[in-house]
Design a binder for this molecule. Structure first.
Ligand code: SPV
Ligand code: MG
Length: 432
């Protein structure tokens, strides 16, 4: 071994290790002792799709690569913190980051290296191979129930807020699976799906009162899961009969659902957004805690989350009632709390979160901003919320569009006028 080898730094996601990475590491190893900054889930989600493998799994893979001397976490896409700590002689990165979302990261890294005359070495990007490309191919292949199920907990840990949207069909699932956007050098996407009782019922022309049974809804989930990889949160209403609950939990867990939301209402169900809630009854604290305990006992994996949904505000009850329930449900084993509200602004849920954040029984909070839709995600983050659910928007988007097209054809007695606003056939064919 040569003495006084130079210090070399390489930042890697290594979700899928391929020959492109090995090329980079080979070059780096020739220059000196290689420290890899392994990007955390949080760092990766800043600029590309959430990784398939978690940090520990990626670390295990990298540990066996002979060109690497040491591995440390890189907690942001920005390299500065680790570079300053290490003061490497060389930073090695594929030249692909000269363009696109990582361009600014590169500029910052160069400015940082200058301080101790470190050099940036940029081997030519290996053509036709990248983890994003492989991942696209993988996503065409699908995922497993285990990987999908585990993703929600990882996302809650990794992100400021987990962004979930209602998905009522395989087609709407595909739209959300593929949609992403670069906003001010940040990669943004929906993190997962909400299976809504309201839209699953409306889609079948039925009221949101549990007349569409779980088996039928699960057939829909299977269709969504066949063509997507993102995690799903299931709206289980009040969970149905207590005696049936273990079977429901097990079935949903088996197919790869990440979280089951149970609401603390009893009797014939009415949607929470109806103004008149006269006939709606809330469960007793004891009765609902029992349901949480049964659900927790029924599940097999650590990854499945049981979420307690509190309807106190919907039924006109007090902040104290909501808080008392949140603490009791948390003690009974709920993994997260969904605090529902049908106010026009978020004040009600923010007064709740302010108090609950200080509780020793705190659990991650979920918001459903259907009526307080002016609330930005950043306000939810600042008030301690970890998950936001856009609960019915894709179905609501499709309804006026279908109505409008049908009306136009009916009035004009031909389809030409409807065509301007509907999707060309080719676009639909190409989506799939
Ligand atoms: C749903 O989407 O079915 C929900 C949310 O449960 S709400 O409609 O607000 O009750
Ligand atoms: Mg519902």
């Amino acid at each position: 071994m040569k003495k006084n080898r130079k210090k070399v730094y390489v930042g890697l996601s290594a979700d899928i290790l391929h020959n492109g990475h090995i090329n980079i590491l080979k070059v780096a190893n020739k220059l000196g002792d290689v420290t890899v900054g392994l990007l955390t889930d949080t760092a990766i989600s800043e600029y590309k799709k959430f990784p398939h493998l978690n940090y520990k799994q990626r670390l295990t893979v990298l540990k066996s690569v002979k060109y690497i001397k040491k591995i440390i976490p890189q907690e942001t896409l920005d390299y500065s913190k680790n570079l300053i700590k290490l003061k490497p002689d060389f930073l090695v990165h594929g030249d692909d980051w000269k363009k696109g979302i990582q361009k600014l990261t590169r500029t910052k890294a160069i400015a940082c290296l200058k301080k101790w005359r470190g050099k940036l070495i940029e081997p030519k990007y290996t053509k036709n191979i990248s983890s994003s490309l492989i991942k696209k191919k993988l996503s065409d292949l699908g995922t497993t129930p285990d990987v999908r199920r585990a993703k929600l907990k990882r996302l809650i840990h990794a992100k400021d807020i987990v962004r979930i949207i209602e998905t009522h069909s395989a087609l709407s699932g595909l739209i959300i699976e593929k949609l992403n956007y670069n906003k001010r050098n940040k990669y943004i996407e929906f993190d997962g799906f909400w299976s809504s009782s309201l839209t699953d019922s409306a889609l079948r022309g039925k009221p949101d009162n549990q007349s569409v049974d779980y088996s039928t809804r699960m057939l829909g989930l299977n269709e969504i899961f066949e063509v997507t990889t993102k995690p799903l949160i299931f709206d289980a209403d009040n969970g149905g009969r207590v005696e049936h609950l273990p079977y429901l939990v097990k079935s949903l867990e088996r197919i790869g659902v990440s979280a089951i939301v149970l609401e603390d209402k009893i009797g014939l169900k009415r949607n929470s957004l109806f103004q008149d809630q006269q006939k709606t009854k809330q469960d007793t604290v004891k009765g609902f805690c029992k349901k949480i305990e049964i659900s927790k006992k029924s599940k097999v994996t650590d990854d499945l989350m049981i979420v307690a949904r509190i309807e106190s505000f919907i039924l006109g009850k007090t902040l104290n009632d909501a808080l008392k329930r949140a603490e009791a449900y948390s003690r009974a084993g709920a993994d997260a709390i969904l605090i529902h509200s049908k106010e026009k602004n978020a004040n009600q849920i923010f007064t709740f979160s302010k108090k609950f954040l200080k509780s020793k029984y705190y659990k991650p909070l979920i918001a459903v901003p259907s009526t307080y839709s002016k609330t930005y995600e950043r306000d939810l983050i600042n008030n301690g919320f970890k998950v936001v659910i856009y609960a019915n928007h894709l179905l609501r988007a499709s309804y006026p569009a279908m109505l409008d097209a049908a009306k136009k054809i009916l009035i004009k007695q031909r389809s030409f006028e409807a065509e301007r606003k509907i999707s060309p056939i080719n676009k639909v064919l190409n989506l799939i």
